[in-house]
Design a binder for this molecule. Structure first.
Ligand SMILES: Nc1ncnc2c1ncn2[C@@H]1O[C@H](COP(=O)(O)OP(=O)(O)O)[C@@H](O)[C@H]1O
Ligand SMILES: [Mg+2]
Length: 257
């Protein structure tokens, strides 16, 4: 699981085929329940006793500890550049949060440029966030419970010409507030923040932001610049999630918090 930026899996992710912009069909409400999560990147499922899963439980504990009143929270997951592990981290963190009794977690794919949540969960592309925002589908119709108890998903939906216009709309704020009333945690996967403004925009609407950093590949100044941009736009950066990290580096980082 711990790998460098030049491995074949990473290269493959960079050349993932572009999804069509055809309008999508509505989801069947229970179609995701019977699809086991099988991808090895989802360490919380593939290797729940391993070190990577434990790191996600540590991240989960930090997120929960920052929220002592137990109120529902919206958390944006972003990174400086593409391929740092945002989508994989979002899903792992969702599973880790749902391990705690009583937590209902929703994963929202707000990366309308390169959506990948449904791919990692091996689900068909269905109507989702973009359709809810455009008024083509109800909130309920955009949400599917997954095979993991306590984890539901809202995919990206039919990809729009102008994602930023949809995501920056007042409707997005309304939708996030409605989702917060139904779920304890709403985790929002977004595009990379240095080249696409969407994450900073949604970051300003959410309760917190997690910055995913691929150790040993992302230049430090990119991370700092991204952190500053997110905060300038009103975002509350909760902390970083390190991926592809040597285990001792990760441990050192957590102990500094
Ligand atoms: N913790 C991790 N350790 C090693 N590789 C990872 C980790 N998280 C993600 N990857 C790999 O990095 C690539 C990009 O991950 P992804 O989550 O799709 O990135 P992003 O959403 O930031 O573009 C994938 O090939 C994935 O398998
Ligand atoms: Mg992604």
């Amino acid at each position: 699981m711990i790998e460098g930026a030049e491995t074949p899996t990473h290269a493959m992710a960079l050349f993932r085929k572009k999804r069509s912009q055809e309008p999508l069909h509505p989801a069947k409400p229970d179609e995701a329940r019977n699809r086991p999560i099988r991808r090895e990147e989802i360490a919380m499922i593939a290797d729940p006793r391993g070190q990577i899963a434990e790191q996600f439980r540590g991240l989960r504990n930090s997120v929960v500890a920052l929220n002592p009143d137990g109120a529902s929270r919206t958390v944006v997951v972003t990174s400086a550049v593409r391929g740092e592990g945002k989508t994989v981290s979002t899903i792992n963190l969702a599973v880790a949060l749902a391990e705690l009794p009583g937590n209902e977690v929703l994963i929202v794919d707000a990366d309308l440029h390169h959506p990948a949540i449904e791919d990692y969960l091996e689900l068909p592309n269905r109507q989702g966030l973009a359709d809810v925002l455009a008024g083509r589908c109800s909130l309920d119709a955009g949400i599917r419970p997954t095979a993991i108890e306590g984890v539901s998903v809202m995919g990206a939906g039919s990809l729009p010409e102008n994602p930023t216009r949809l995501l920056g709309s007042d409707r997005m704020k309304v939708v996030l507030n409605q989702l917060k009333q139904r779920f304890s945690f709403v985790l929002i996967d977004t595009p990379e923040a240095m080249t696409i403004s969407d994450a900073s925009l949604i970051g300003g609407m959410a309760d917190g932001i997690l910055l995913v950093v691929r150790l040993g590949s992302t230049p430090r100044q990119y991370v700092e610049q991204t952190h500053n941009t997110l905060e300038t736009l009103g975002g509350n950066v909760l902390g970083t999630c390190l991926t592809a990290a040597a285990v001792e580096d990760t441990a050192r980082n957590y102990s500094r918090r």
